[in-house]
Design a protein around this ligand. Sequence first.
Ligand code: ADP
Length: 162
Amino acid sequence: MSDKIAVYPGSFDPVTNGHIDIIKRSSRIFSKVIVAILNNYEKVPLFTVEERIDLIRKALCTDKGIEITSFDGLLVDFAASVKARIIVRGLREVSDFEYEFQMALMNRRLNESIETVFMMPKAEYSYLSSSVIREIASLNGNIKGLVPENVREALLKTLNQK
Ligand code: ADP
């Protein structure tokens, strides 16, 4: 296990500027950040896992020390499999706290050697979520500046096809 490798898990359907902000902040602290997309078979996503990986990769361009992959099963098991001891989560508002607190303590119970750390995004991204972005985009609202440009284009294309 390395204390320099961090996993940043989530759905990222799609990635927003809030997520990108957290990824960049994490990559300044840890030597490797593994962005891990949860393969959640219960939910019907807007973008497939492969599309989400591709969108994040293109949005980050040349960032070194960042890997993008997917996982299923327990997060702590995935983290251990890639020798990561840190889970990064973003905290937007107080409303995130209760769920994140519960998950962090449960994950600690499942694997004592893995620590969860929280990061706050830039204030202007603190009201952003993928679901709000999907909703605004589907109603033809302006999402410029809230998601990377390639994500905005992909949303317009995908939603127009539906
Ligand atoms: P979820 O766990 O609800 O599927 P996401 O996949 O959207 O969450 O996000 C993964 C992580 O990124 C979570 O820790 C979430 O709190 C965080 N996050 C989501 N949106 C933002 C944002 N705008 N700013 C900072 N962190 C965020």
